[in-house]
Write a protein that binds this ligand. Sequence first.
Ligand code: ZN
Length: 472
Amino acid sequence: MEGEAGERFDLILLRRHLGVSIPVQRLANIVAFLAVLLCPAGLPFAAPPAFAAPGVSRVSDIRAWTNEIYTRVAIDTGEEVSWQANTLRADPARGLPPRIFIDIRGAGIRDEILRKPVEVRNGLLRQVRAGRFDRDTVRVVIDLERESTYRVFALPGPFRIIVDIDGEGEIPPLPAPPEAVAPPHPVAAGPSPENPEAPTAAPSVPPPAPSAGPAVPPAPPAIPPAVESPRAAASAAFPARKHRVRVMIDPGHGGKDPGAIGPTGLKEKDVVLAIGRKVREKLSRSGEFDVRMTRDEDVFIPLEERTAMANKGGVDIFVSLHINASRNRRAEGFSTYVLSRGASNREDLELAARENGVPVAKLQGVKFIIDDMFTGARKNESLRLAKTVNDAVVRHVSTRYPEAQSLGLKQAPFYVLVGARMTAVLVEASFISNAREEARLRDPSCLDGIADGVVEAIRYYGQNGILAHSGS
Ligand SMILES: [Zn+2]
């Protein structure tokens, strides 16, 4: 099998992360191999070939979210496909700009996409176009305005390939990592004989700005100690913020996706929207915060779009709101998560799978390389914010419900946090599957308590100037 050694290595890593004892080969068979390409050095990387699709997939949509320093492109294929990403230098003789291209094998394409490129023209990239490269390959080409750092990964259920493109010089320097780790090991792409547009051995994108080192900090096992002078540290590590603190509140689920449903029918999507509105109302009062919501009504928004909305808006804090659920009807308590590659136990893995809308087997197959520079730079802040949020939420709810339990700060692979360029946390505000906690969630004063906790934690961070921001 092509790329078998690399896949075995990844699977062994995966087993270690998940703490499961599935034979490697069996895991390989069930894994939907999702490559995440980290491209910190701007070098052309290719995904290890994904498992072949049964041939019913097709490129059905290309979506883009953009501002002048960031663009996320989502390529929808529905079914899982084999794909490979690479870059090409500008070709002035042919009037071609620098390009990122993704070759999707064994897939068709909707005619409308062939005819109509997605125009962006934001100073970062010009357009996204697609065509049939050969009988078996659809090629999606992203025409850049200038050579840029990018990252490609795929999400299942339904399958989509995500490309995050960053403007040059916008990657914040990393705080000093606690210990050095090896950079990720992407697979270098070679030109393919049948591919006239394939690059030569030379890198087609220049190295990153000096501030963006290749090393990434490992996921800290616990919250790092607070810096002595948060304000000084923040100003040293990040450019000064020129705007009110921007907060994106993300009520999970919505529309066709009810989220978890309680024993008496209470829906997670309704509870988290109510909490989100309360957070916005309370946080907006002082005028100190610019508060936005990914959704303010009962609508379905894909997970990658929620992250893209936050990135596009240049927000400083992203808080995704959810209610937990478990097959164990006695499970209870509040927890707040930050993004990590794996989950520490089966419950957290099942939770992440449910929140991601995929079976656990799919989640186990996700080869996240999430310790990218943005996530790495923000992880310590996210850990601190998550702990502050959880403590504050439990404290506020406890004033009326003294039995409220804290499950504490946790980490799991939530898709909605992947690629977030800001301090980002996900709150699981008690268990809707627990009859007593479901009843509590019907009490507006409980929802007020949850919202008050979130607001207090955000205020603490905003006022302490700890927040970083990537610019604008
Ligand atoms: Zn949820």
